[in-house]
Design a protein around this ligand. Sequence first.
Ligand code: FE2
Length: 614
Amino acid sequence: MIPARYAATRFPAKLMQDLGGKSVIRRTYEATVNSGLFDSVYVVTDSDIIYKEIASNGGKAIMSVKEHDCGSDRIAEAVEDMDVDIVVNVQGDEPFTDRESLEKVLSVFYAEDSDKVDLASLMTPMDDWDDIMNPNSVKVIVDENNYALYFSRAPIPYPREKEINHVYHKHKGVYAFRKQALLDFYHLPMRSLEASEKIECIRYLEYGKNIKMIETSHEGVEIDTPEDLERAKKIINKENPLITKSINTPVIQTTNHRNFPMVPKVVFGKGCFNQIGKILSDKRNGIAPFVYLIDSVFENNTSFIEERLSLSSTDEIIYVSTAEEPKTSQVDEIVSKIKNSYQFIPSGIIGIGGGSILDLSKAVAIMLTNPGSASEYQGWDLVKNKAVYHVGVPTISGTGAEVSRTTVLTGPERKLGINSDYTPFDQVILDPELIKDVPKDQWFYTGMDCYIHCVESLDGTYLNAFSQSYGEKALDLCNEIFLENNLSKEDSDAKLMMASWHGGMSIAYSQVGVAHAMSYGLAYVLGTKHGIGNCIVFDKLGEYYPKGVEVFKKMKDYHGINLPEGICANITEEQLNTMTTVALGLEPLWENALGPDWKSKINASKLKEIYRSL
Ligand SMILES: [Fe+2]
């Protein structure tokens, strides 16, 4: 397990620094995999950027669910439910991790005194006095059997008697634990020695655990400072002189690109919703029911939807209010209601409504076959079991939820999707007739979500031919629908349905940007719905998307839309802080919008200024 925090205090974003054509974290990951010693290797991270870096290059990464003080806590959370006996913690900033050292640390668990060992770690002799005095180098002292006595940033022992030729040892951040020792650590509170030195393995000593130290001569380089990075680059260049010359030459990468699932079946056309009975009949498992989640706006208009469904006696319709953005608690509630009503897992979940209902339906389908709460699956690829068959029927278009691999949900700790291979619908029914009665404001706000997807994707640094081809088509359709006046209502609805689909596809292989990041902040704190939130924010983003915002304002005027004003006028400083934190936490969105050095272009006070203007 390689714990990897994005925001290192001493050297921010150090794990994403380039080291001979690959990031530091990727080099560490590959060196660990190449040792051939492990059944599995994972990077455990709090950062979307690091997650993406590993996953998009064919590696395995896990997003930590909780905030953690140290790397061990981060990996403890990740292994808690894994079936493992020995866990090795490899530091993310050690790109030259070698097989020999890892082998040595593992050998402890096969040695004679292995019963006594709670964990094992590495040390290397040091003779450079500057290094010995440097608080960034952690020193360790051991007893006669090489069990650790203490770790410190101070030179231990203190060299009062100069004649004593003590060999100092530097601690190397590689640990091997028995799983139980790791979990114990996770549940024990930090004490003052650890807190004072900021060295996590002191916690074990403070609780009387035995740490067996193994000596290795392998020096390696820990990337703690920009100078360390320069040293590491020199080593890489020595190993592979070709790389030095390649500063401006594109590196040919044998990367594994992300392999996305798509919606396997889609039916399109006016009136195609009437075929739903036939489509579902093949999917019915005996008497296991179909459960319909339908937007409560249709509750008093049953003829529109219900009469066209061929319900069997066990099927159920649950009307869901979409006054607020969908929440993980709402998903959990619906899942437990379904589980309590039926002995069987349903034959399928059918979502009929706008983006919220579609996201909710995807999440419910997943949670019927996966234990725990929906909030445990917010993130990338955390879903373990295939979802129940699920069908999406949009009745408002623009969000792209019908085609996306995510379900955006507000949880107790964050607003984040359940993004997994099991999320996309098994079937989508695109009937333009279903969107014909959407109230004008809502039609505009949701349609603009699609328009903003296109602008943010096409203007982003992640842009590629895949995203561009869908984004450009969707943008053309939006211009036709919202700016030109020569479409019949029927054509316009059909085109908006396809614009939404294409806009969703465009961001599948890229990202959204500033408006979405800020709109997520609004939604988290004020519950502002996605479409209108995007519009309120986008209207003020001329600095970031000049052309896109200009056209947006034309569309708004053309349709006589008045956006709410002053929505942040009465919010507290604390709310403003939360909003800003939520928005800035969406790192890939900012990186897509502003480039890899986005942190130099946007900060909390700038964001607050924009929020205050809304
Ligand atoms: Fe969106």
